[in-house]
Design a protein around this ligand. Sequence first.
Ligand code: SF4
Length: 363
Amino acid sequence: MATPNQAYFVNTLLRWYGQHKRPLPWRDTTNPYYIWLSEVILQQTRVAQGMPYYQKFVEAYPTVQQLAAAPEDEVLRLWQGLGYYSRARNMHHTAKIVMEQYGGQFPDSFAELLKLKGVGNYTAAAIAAFAFKEQVAVLDGNVFRVLARLFGISDDIAVPASRKVFQKLADELVPADAPDTYNQAIMEFGAIQCTPVMPDCLFCPLQQSCFAFNNGMVQELPVKKKAKAARPRYFHYIVLEHEGDFYLRKRLEGDIWQGLYDFYLYESPGKNLPIETLVQELQQAGLEADSAYLQSPQKDYKHILSHQKITARFYRIRLISRLKEEVLKETRLAPFNVEEIEALPKPILINSYLKDAKILVYL
Ligand code: SF4
């Protein structure tokens, strides 16, 4: 039932990190803005996927001032494809707060960073440790996993109360003289050595003192209760087109993809929708559709989010005349030409359709 001596664990981990760390651009900086950007981008995102986004953002907005001053549509467009769009909106919002309330300077302590709207425990700890060398522990999924396996902690990591147990141990482990390197090291160890599915136990320097390895519990730890099954949703998009313009609208608060643009949407309770029902719905919305003009959907588009499973169909309609002002007002639709659509922030699913339908060619 051995677990590692804490000093031995820290030293071994730091040695391992020195030999195995990946060269990542946000590790070569102590600029809190860049560190914050990288942490926001990398939440729920793999490094390989997040890297080009980090580079794009640093290039487009080299300072927090430039990010704060950017239009939201532009920020969302740059974020397109990364998912979890609320992260981009919150990031933009936080940049504005840093400008308005902190004179463009990130606070330099964990406690102060936490007061910043939109910055949670994880991000505050990461900025405090990496930019200001504060002795705080960063707790992400990698750290939970490494600690659970090495020290045999079986508290369910999906339960908020378990955080205290992990936080206490994590805080004790952070060395005063290298909080930045240590935090990078444990996250890197979780990302490339003690991975979720196939950890490299055979060549692990901590193998002898690892609780999970010595007790045959590598696959059981960390304990994480199953998330609820994703809710299926069925979207029917009406692609209204008139002389090269397409009608889209900005999605509102209170549902997924807030701030992104999509087409007129009818959501049905089941997968299949009789065409008459759809036509009726469109007529009620003032869209004088006739089933004869509806181009049948070519295929089902699937998109999986953390709690929802979307199946979408697209029905294209070529309109004989432009939509009337009152209909535009009622439906919140607006006409956009192809160049304008290219520049709009859109859900990936909409982008895929635009590409398949050859409406947008150069994506
Ligand atoms: S022995 Fe395996 S489970 Fe234990 S820390 Fe190393 S990689 Fe992780």
